[in-house]
Design a protein around this ligand. Structure first.
Ligand SMILES: NC(=O)c1ccc[n+]([C@@H]2O[C@H](COP(=O)([O-])OP(=O)(O)OC[C@H]3O[C@@H](n4cnc5c(N)ncnc54)[C@H](OP(=O)(O)O)[C@@H]3O)[C@@H](O)[C@H]2O)c1
Length: 288
């Protein structure tokens, strides 16, 4: 459920517009409310010009999403679809089978991007590192076969990426990680850029926590924009692909209107200073 669109300069913005209620239990204690909105997906594709959809097996909406894309009337080649492999499916054979099943559920022949969702394998037979490497080899083959046109990871830290580099041959094309003003993993971003890995940030609104912050509020007032637009714009100006999620049409539209203004240096410094290390989603720090 993420959509990206920028008619002028290419893909910069990923708007996550729905997710599955299964995720809620990961997110207890936050302001998060999930849910799938078929109407919102079609609206985003047909009325907002969005062309990038990011989903995951975990979100449980692949089939409906495939239908929404078809309903939009857009040709497959005009839509970028990212999907993710859940860690219960890690392993050489099971990863391949899961990817093909996801393709079938969505009614597509290929994914534009396919990510390993989480660095922990939770398979008692071997270490996380071994299982990540075995799974990655399967993704490398899916990439060679053209079933996945690019492959990547999510929630991977530098040590996970370093191990993968030693164990495998294809460097991940993307790493999707939590990123918002309170969570700025700058060392990881620098590492990804040095290694040629696109850094993609999720939860750019910190699941709504940014709305309570006075600095974000002040900057929004200064630019006559909403706080959501300020945070999305901040990610883009930092060169980070961003994934705001909404199931509401007016918010999807609002979250797209982020290309007609610029944050100045003082704004960027002020927002950059808000990092306090909090995670509003998962924290992979202790996954070895
Ligand atoms: N790769 C991973 O491991 C991972 C982990 C966590 C999350 N994610 C993905 O990232 C997505 C986004 O994360 P998140 O939900 O934590 O996202 P977020 O984008 O930081 O926050 C989403 C929340 O903000 C609200 N919202 C969106 N636009 C708004 C606007 N313009 N004004 C006011 N409220 C607005 C949404 O409500 P409404 O929908 O009601 O508008 C929702 O409650 C998730 O859905 C999930 O799929 C990925």
């Amino acid at each position: 459920l993420a959509l990206v669109m920028n008619q002028n300069t290419g893909i910069h913005l990923i708007l996550l517009i729905f997710t599955d209620t299964n995720l809620i239990y990961f997110l207890l204690g936050t302001s998060y409310h999930g849910g799938y909105s078929h109407e919102a997906i079609v609206y985003a594709l047909t009325d907002c010009g969005m062309r990038h959809i990011d989903t995951a097996k975990r979100y449980g909406c692949e089939e409906n999403l495939g239908k929404a894309i078809k309903e939009s009337g857009l040709p497959r080649s005009d839509v970028w679809i990212t999907n993710k492999l859940w860690h219960a499916d890690y392993g050489y054979k099971s990863a391949k089978a899961a990817c093909l099943k996801s393709c079938s559920l969505m009614g597509v022949q290929y994914f534009d991007l396919y990510l390993m969702h989480w660095p922990e394998a939770q398979q008692p037979s071997c270490s996380n590192r071994e299982m990540r490497a075995e799974t990655w080899r399967s993704l490398e083959e899916l990439y060679e076969e053209g079933i996945c046109r690019s492959i990547g990871v999510s929630n991977f830290l530098i040590h996970h990426l370093e191990q993968l580099k030693e164990d495998c041959s294809v460097v991940p094309h993307v790493n999707q990680v939590e990123y918002h003003p309170f969570q700025q993993p700058n060392d990881l971003i620098e590492y990804c850029r040095k290694e040629g890995i696109v850094f993609e940030g999720y939860s750019p609104l910190a699941k709504g926590q940014v709305f309570k912050n006075p600095i974000v509020q002040q900057i929004a007032e200064k630019h006559k924009r909403t706080q959501a637009q300020i945070c999305i714009r901040w990610s883009i100006q930092n060169g980070v692909v961003t994934i705001p999620k909404s199931v509401k049409k007016n918010r999807i539209w609002e979250n797209c209107q982020v290309f007609g203004f610029q944050l100045d240096e003082a704004d960027m410094v002020a927002l950059g200073g808000l990092h306090d290390g909090r995670h509003v989603s998962w924290d992979p720090t202790n996954v070895h």
